[in-house]
Ligand binder design. Structure first.
Ligand SMILES: C[S@@+](CC[C@H](N)C(=O)[O-])C[C@H]1O[C@@H](n2cnc3c(N)ncnc32)[C@H](O)[C@@H]1O
Length: 382
């Protein structure tokens, strides 16, 4: 891969530069992070530097030439990570041992989507084949020349759809930072892509933590994140049903096929932290199916195994929606992908409104009592 000198890169892109961030200094006494953004002052285009030292931030406005001078003498080769965002594209760089930078990710900056046009719209994936995302090669989704590995095509479609729904939620948003937790992240295709989308495509400060029960998978994902200098992305070996999890502000909780009640613990956690956004695609909703007995009108659904199983899954997600609504969320149920891609194709999308209630949980509890089932989220949010 071609090596780069960042001062030259920034000099070439100065007219359209919208953001630059230098992080992870080699010198532990240096500013922890330096962000650059353009601003207009008395009809002149200047650049504002924000230097972060501990909890404090210091600002300085400079002209273009002075900025390049400062980058060359103080920043280039002295920070392990750099992000450059222009009006057209964003790119992430990692410092190599020879003092030059290697591009470790890049993307076009998203433009407002054109009006939906039937099938064509389906094909306009946010994550495109050919996009230079080396982490996806390590994860086995892309080949070395960034083509989709055939066996991973369904996963690729699922992740794209997930991303499309998130992109819709953030259309017009100018949020600068975000903290996301992914419950039951597994091999973490989605987790890496979310990091890439928010950090590289949107140029935001991103912190993402993926939790999973499998220690070896967690270790491998951490190694890939470190390899590409994804400083804000980490993976933690944890059982989300009992371990202590991240305890600061959380903006978004995601789950993609987190097994059975792991989804309930994710939703409960999101509610407790007041997360603004939840995107959850449940999977193997066995709990109600395993505990439900006959009790009234719903008995007609209990006569055939396949119907019982599907009804129990739908009942589970309906109760999850009632609980979320009571706890201050507006909830939409969305067909996540088509049934051919995966039968586990329902997404619970929830946005915090703060309007709380009790009626939904009361209705769900009365059903639970009558039919003898347990539902973890209902119990956790009693
Ligand atoms: C079907 S995989 C989905 C992985 C990934 N989200 C994806 O879509 O590719 C479900 C994952 O949830 C994890 N999991 C299940 N229960 C969990 C729990 N209580 N705590 C943490 N992870 C859990 C499993 O180890 C597994 O990796």
């Amino acid at each position: 891969m071609k090596e780069r000198n960042l001062t030259n890169e920034i000099s070439a892109a100065l007219d359209t530069l919208t953001k630059a961030v230098f992080s992870q200094p080699l010198d532990k006494d240096a500013d922890q992070k330096i962000s650059v953004r353009p601003l207009q002052h008395k009809g002149k285009r200047l650049f504002q530097l924000e230097r972060q030292r501990g909890a404090q931030a210091f600002h300085q406005n400079v002209e273009g030439e002075a900025l390049l001078q400062l980058i060359e003498t103080d920043l280039d080769g002295r920070y392990r990570q750099a992000l450059l965002v222009t009006e057209e594209a964003s790119a992430q760089y990692s410092l190599r041992q020879n003092g030059l930078y290697k591009k470790t990710g890049g993307a076009a900056v998203p433009r407002p989507a054109p009006a939906a046009q039937g099938h064509d719209r389906e094909k306009q994936y946010l994550l495109r084949e050919g996009e230079a995302i080396p982490a996806l090669v390590d994860l086995g989704v892309f080949t070395a020349d960034y083509r989709i590995v055939k066996a991973r095509y369904d996963k690729y479609r699922q992740i794209n759809r997930f991303l499309e729904l998130i992109d819709q939620a953030f259309a017009g948003s100018d949020e600068k930072s975000i903290t996301i937790l992914d419950f039951g992240c597994g091999k973490s295709y989605l987790t890496f892509i979310l990091y890439y989308y928010f950090a590289v495509k949107r140029g935001m400060d991103v912190k993402i933590i993926g939790y999973d029960l499998k220690a070896d998978v967690v270790e491998r994902c951490n190694a890939i994140a470190a390899k590409y200098g994804y400083a804000g992305l980490r993976f933690v070996h944890a059982d989300v049903s009992r371990d202590v999890l991240y305890d600061e502000t959380v903006d978004m909780v995601v789950t993609l096929h987190a097994c059975d009640t792991a989804t309930d613990y994710a939703l409960h956690y999101a509610i407790q932290k007041g997360a603004k956004h939840i995107f959850s695609v449940p999977c193997c909703q066995h709990e109600i199916n395993g505990s439900m007995h006959k009790g009234g009108e719903l008995d007609i659904f209990l006569r055939h195994g396949i119907i019982r199983e599907r009804m129990a899954a739908l009942l589970t997600d309906s109760i999850r929606a009632l609980v979320l609504e009571d706890r201050g969320y507006q909830v939409d149920m969305i067909e996540f992908t088509d049934f051919d891609s995966t039968p586990k194709n329902l997404m619970i999308r929830a946005k915090r409104t703060g309007k709380t209630g009790v009626a939904g949980r009361a209705q769900a509890r009365s059903l639970a009592e009558r039919y003898g089932f347990t539902q973890t989220l209902l119990e956790l949010e009693a």
